[in-house]
Write a protein that binds this ligand. Structure first.
Ligand code: FDA
Length: 369
C-alpha cells in the first residue's frame, strides 16, 4: 500500500512509466490481467528458441536516444528485417525492390523497372482512385498489386480491396535498389535472449510491486480511490463502459508448432500473399536470433474479426472509429488523475520505439522536467 501510482498493464508503455517513476523515488503498483508481464512484446523460451508469442517483433528506430535507452535493458543483435512473399509457390523479396522487379519481369536496371510500373499505371487509366484496389494499382501497377498486395490486404482487413477505402494505402514503399532491408531506420535488431528480459528489468525495482492475473475492472472504484494517480494502458472505451460504442479492432489467432526439423523456411518472416491461404504469414522464430538448434518453432498468423472479449491487436482508424475515440479522449480530459497511454489507451498503432517515446514524454510532463 501507500503507492504513488497504479499502472494498469505491464506492456512497454506501463513498464517504461513504472521504471522511470521508481527511479525518481516513487512507489508503483503494476496490475496485469494476463499471467505474464510484457504485453504484446512478450517472448517465451521453447526448446531454447525465443518465441514471439504475440507476433513478430523487430525493434527499429531512427532515434538514437530511444535506441540507447532500450539498450540499457538488453543487448541487441544485428538482425535486419527482410521478409519474403510467397504467392502460390512463387517467392518474391520485400519490400518491393529491384530483386522483386527482376523476379516479376526480368528487368535489370532501375530505368526498366520504372518504365514497367509506369506502363501498367497508364494502362489502368485510374486518375482518381475510389478504393484501395484502384489506389494500389495507380501507385504500383497491376502485377505487384495482384501478386503481392491484393490477397494479403484482403485477408488482413477481412474485406475486398474494392470495398476498402483508398486512404489505407497512402503510399507504397517502392525501392529502385537491390536492397531487401524492410526498414529505413538507422538502428534495428532483436534483443539477444528475447524481449521479456527488458520488461523484467524495467519492473525489477523494489519500489515496484507487480500483480499478475489482476483485472483493473474487478476493483475499478477501489483502485481509483486508493491511488492518487493511475496510468491506464487498457482499452479506453472499456474504461468508459463503451458509452459511445465499441472501438473496432482487428484480431489475430496464432498457431505455434514445434517441428523436428532444423530449418523450415530459411527466413524469419514469410508472407503468404494469395487469397486462398488462410494465414497471412509464417514466423520461424529461430532466425531472429540466427539460432542453430536442431529443431525449429513456427507460428502461423491468422487475421480475425474482433469481437468483445477477443484480444485487440490493430485499431481500425477509420473516420467512424476516430470520431468515437475523439469523444472518449475528451471525456478522459475530465479525469485528471488518470493518464491514458499506450496502444489501447490511445487507440493508435504504436511501434515499440514510439511507445517508449510516448511513455517518456508522459514521464517528463508528470515530473515537470
Ligand atoms: P500492450 O498491449 O503491449 O500492453 C498493454 C497491457 O495491458 C497488456 O499486457 C494487457 O494485458 C494489459 N491490460 C489491458 N487491459 C487491462 C486491464 N483491464 N487490467 C489489467 N491489465 C490490462 N512494434 C515494433 O516496433 N516492431 C514490430 O515488429 C512490431 N510487431 C508487431 C506485431 C503485432 C502482431 C502487433 C499486434 C504489434 C507489433 N508491434 C511491433 C507493436 C508493439 O507490440 C507495441 O508497440 C507495444 O506492444 C505496445 O505496448 P503497450 O504497452 O502500449 O500495449
Amino acid at each position: 500500500m501507500n503507492e504513488d501510482y497504479l499502472v494498469v498493464g505491464s506492456g512497454l508503455f506501463g513498464s517504461t512509466f513504472a521504471y522511470e517513476a521508481a527511479k525518481r523515488g516513487k512507489r508503483v503498483k503494476v496490475i496485469e490481467k494476463r499471467d505474464h508481464i510484457g504485453g504484446n512484446i512478450y517472448t517465451e523460451t521453447l526448446e531454447g528458441i525465443q518465441v514471439h508469442k504475440y507476433g513478430a517483433h523487430i525493434f527499429h528506430t531512427n532515434n538514437k536516444e530511444i535506441w540507447n535507452y532500450v539498450n540499457q535493458f538488453a543487448e541487441f543483435n544485428r538482425y535486419t528485417n527482410s521478409p519474403i512473399a510467397n504467392f502460390k509457390g512463387e517467392i518474391y523479396n520485400l519490400p518491393f525492390n529491384m530483386n522483386t522487379f527482376y523476379k516479376l519481369w526480368g528487368v535489370i536496371t532501375p530505368e526498366e523497372a520504372k518504365a514497367k510500373i509506369e506502363e501498367q499505371r497508364k494502362v489502368s487509366g485510374i486518375e482518381k482512385p475510389r478504393n484501395l484496389e484502384e489506389q494500389a494499382i495507380s501507385l504500383v501497377g497491376t502485377d505487384i498489386y495482384e501478386k503481392l498486395i491484393k490477397g494479403y490486404t484482403e485477408k488482413q482487413w477481412g474485406r475486398k480491396a474494392t470495398e476498402l477505402p483508398a486512404f489505407i494505402i497512402k503510399r507504397l514503399p517502392v525501392r529502385f535498389t537491390y536492397d531487401n532491408n524492410y526498414f529505413n531506420d538507422r538502428y534495428q535488431g532483436i534483443p539477444i535472449g528475447g524481449y521479456t528480459q527488458i520488461v523484467e528489468k524495467m519492473l525489477s525495482s523494489e519500489r515496484i510491486d507487480v500483480e499478475l492475473n489482476t483485472d483493473f475492472f474487478a476493483k475499478r472504484e477501489e483502485y481509483l480511490q486508493e491511488f492518487p494517480k493511475v496510468i491506464y494502458t487498457g482499452m479506453i472505451d472499456q474504461f468508459f463502459d463503451y458509452q459511445f460504442g465499441e472501438l473496432e479492432y482487428r484480431s489475430l489467432h496464432f498457431e505455434t508448432t514445434i517441428l523436428d526439423l532444423e530449418n523450415y523456411q530459411g527466413n524469419a518472416v514469410v508472407n503468404y500473399t494469395d487469397a486462398e491461404t488462410p494465414f497471412t504469414r509464417i514466423i520461424e522464430h529461430k532466425h531472429f536470433e540466427f539460432g542453430n538448434q536442431p529443431i525449429t518453432v513456427i507460428t502461423k498468423e491468422y487475421p480475425r474479426t474482433w469481437k468483445k472479449g477477443d484480444e485487440p491487436y490493430y485499431p481500425v482508424n477509420d473516420e467512424k472509429n476516430n470520431e468515437k475515440y475523439r469523444k472518449y479522449s475528451e471525456l478522459a480530459g475530465q479525469f485528471p488523475n488518470v493518464i491514458f497511454g499506450g496502444r489501447l489507451g490511445m487507440y493508435k498503432y504504436y511501434d515499440m520505439h514510439q511507445v517508449i517515446a510516448a511513455a517518456l514524454s508522459v514521464v517528463k510532463k508528470e515530473f515537470h522536467e
